[in-house]
Design a protein around this ligand. Sequence first.
Ligand SMILES: [Zn+2]
Length: 394
Amino acid sequence: MNDLQEMKQLAFELEEDPDKVLPYINIDKGSIEALPEYLNHRGFKHVALIADQHTWKAAGKKIATILEQGGYEVAPVQITPNTNGQVLADEPSIVQVLVETPPRVDVLLAIGSGTIHDITRFCSSKMGAPFISVPTAASVDGFTSKGAPLILRGFKQTIQTVSPIAVFADIDILKEAPLEMTAAGFGDMIAKMTSLLDWKISHWVNDEPYNETAANLTRRSLYNCVDHVNEIAKADEEGIRILIKALIESGLVMLLLDFSRPASGGEHHLSHYWEMDLLKKGAPQVLHGAKVGVATAILIQLYQFYAEDESVFGAHTPRIAEEISRLPDYVDVLDWLQLTGGAQVPSDLGIDSALVHESLNKAFTIRDRCTGLYLINQAKTEDLSISWRSDHEL
Ligand SMILES: [Zn+2]
């Protein structure tokens, strides 16, 4: 990965040893073919492949063949879906992986999207065996993270676990992922528009530590995706390569900082609020990136409305207004989301406008984190949805 050099620079700046903190990264066509050599180099013999029925077909089977031919002992674990036909990072999935993974295993391979990774990273940390990330869709920026968002007794909570020792992102596999997953990955990148802004706002208003190098790296990954939205929409080789690289870079920046600030702001809080509601209702879950992409367009609209409001941003209003004016218009964001075939508005995701309005007024309480959304809620006594709502129908 060309830009790993820049990640190393950021590591040095943060006084971290890049060789200890950063995983080995291989983004390429056919990168899974290089797995046996890597495992050999690390001295691993016994490998557990953690997948679900879809990702087993998409990649797991082929990886099993490659590794068996290379003389490795392979233990496949196919996680069973729930009654909605979905695999969740919850107790049944975790227990299945812990029960079915042989005790002598040297390394676990997470073969799948974000959920499979979260289950695997938790089990990996509990079993004391490292894990390798093999994403099957460019759908999320969390592959390299340490935090595992798990659903425990019906509530989502993020448990600190371990990050992967290596990432093998195979373009041939990622290209074949369902288009809605690629669109979700684009949504998770678009979210950096408001999360980077929220980080800066918090830095100015709340004196929160801010790292210019980290912000710039994340911003560059974001706009590289925007500049290549047509290629990403086609899911061609170049588009997929750009998107997965951006997602991994965003993840590595968070890993190095050891917090998610550059990549998670008010838009993630809105998405989280919606997710909790779906969980309460037992409704099928919606892709993370699809939710945050939609939430980003909403938040940009909200921020543009309050940009010059001194009752919200006080003495910081001029510079915050200037930052907000640099954001693309929310209509452009909706166009990009549409181009990739992703959801544009909450109703596309089965999220009704009542929940959206509630989240605009309550989602800021989810985390003790200063964002534009938090400041607007603090300053305003009226219902945000009413003052903000314009001609664009939620
Ligand atoms: Zn995200």
